[in-house]
Design a protein around this ligand. Sequence first.
Ligand code: NAD
Length: 290
Amino acid sequence: MKLLDGKKCAESLVADISRKVGEYVASGLRKPHMTIILVGEHAPSESYVKSKIKSCGNAGFESTLLRFPESVTEAELLAKIAEVNADRTTDGLIVQLPLPKHINQQHVINAIDPEKDIDGFHPMNFGRMSLGQKAFRPATAYGICKLLQFYEIPVWGKHCVVIGRSNIVGKPISIMLSNDFEIGNATVTLTHIETPRELLLDETRRADIVIVAVGIPGFVTADMVKDGAVLIDVGINRLADGKIVGDADFENVKEKCSWITPVPGGVGRMTVAALMINTLMAYQNNFNLA
Ligand code: NAD
């Protein structure tokens, strides 16, 4: 078993970005700039935002955090998004999810300028990504592709099973890996909560690559994967004792896998790195550098 080290891969990608940014700044351009909108005091969101800001610093980007209280109205939030959309000094905008229940998440996502939508959640980017066109790709899915590429894991022609169909992870990664994309051309089965258990097991037991994003600790057990499988664990679950674990029974499954992502230190780190790649792309688009 070998570890797909998201920390190492992310650091290497961010170092490359930082070198490029250094060249742009030396040529007289401003730094790339990410703006993050954070609503309320959700502990996991605080920690994700902190790591995004830290990574911006490592990449040589400016970052701005705009905080709003839990009580903010949808109209107030949309007004701020319109303001950031119009601000030419911001390249990428993230609205940290989840939002409070009284705010319609889709209204908010749809309000972000697709040219600044570095999370890749806007229907315009999701559509372009699905069609194989240039797009900001959803960061977690894109980060998984970059991790597979970094470790030269064969994907072309392989059988991949994705567990979980969320719009932010399961659905986009299943589309990206099945597309004729730089990391793609796999045969992908997308499974979800309504997939009968026996069918799920049939699929995972013959998969070359299993990607799990369900949010259930220990969901993927050793008997669910074949010898030599590659396992990408997207889950981030906090146990009662504060420990963070993924969706796989890591200690037992790892014995059967050729490659496996640790949690933490796997996909989470790659999500942030992919956001940096998307922000650099937004900046290059702004200055016609690409
Ligand atoms: P979600 O929480 O929105 O939905 C869960 C998905 O799991 C659903 O599509 C559901 O159909 C599927 N599911 C539930 N039970 C199932 C079962 N018994 N069999 C098959 N499928 C089942 O999904 P999400 O937002 O993608 O989050 C999943 C996990 O990934 C969470 O732990 C989340 O914290 C984590 N996550 C991590 C990152 C990262 O950067 N590492 C990013 C996003 C989400």
